[in-house]
Design a protein. Sequence first.
Length: 210
Amino acid sequence: MNLILLAAPGAGKGTQAELLCEKFGIPTVSTGAMLRKNIADGTQLGKMAEKYINDGKLVPDDVIIGLVQSRIAEGDCKNGFILDGFPRTIAQAEALSASDVKIDKVLNIEVPDEKIIERLAGRLECKSCGTTYHKEHRPPKVDGKCDRCGGDLRVRDDDKPETVKQRLKTYHTQTKPLVDYYKEKGMLRVVSGQEKIEDTHKAVLSALEK
């Protein structure tokens, strides 16, 4: 299955992508994770992307499209993949449609803006492997340490309140039109994000069966 996950930042699509990856045995292709790795490695792409991300803006389409196409061409994606964070604009969706990449379904997780701002205030990320946690809803077993690799946890710069508000504004103006785009194509499945991760996951699996 080739799946696209759509949702506002902080709606939980990264967590659901991890769960779907484990269930179906296909990789998650996260543009956010790929960009953050480039930033951490100090690559030219990373330095350019960092300014956009810290300002709560989207990285230019041509950069993201090239990054995704290169990743999808790798061997572990031959039996399917989950796109998390791509496409984010109509231009990206049209570029994906024009390529030889087949998408089976598009899942949109809906969460109110005020709830997202509240959620992101408690989100933590591992500096080493990028695994995400939440102080209340998904706390690590050891305070400040990643369950998977033991790395230190941090609050991402783009999760700070003012940046979150800018990210949501960007989402509503540039990314939300994708919902209508894929609805018209008959590919869209919609799920309301729940307080508990497991409840959202049950709703996700039910939607994908339709």
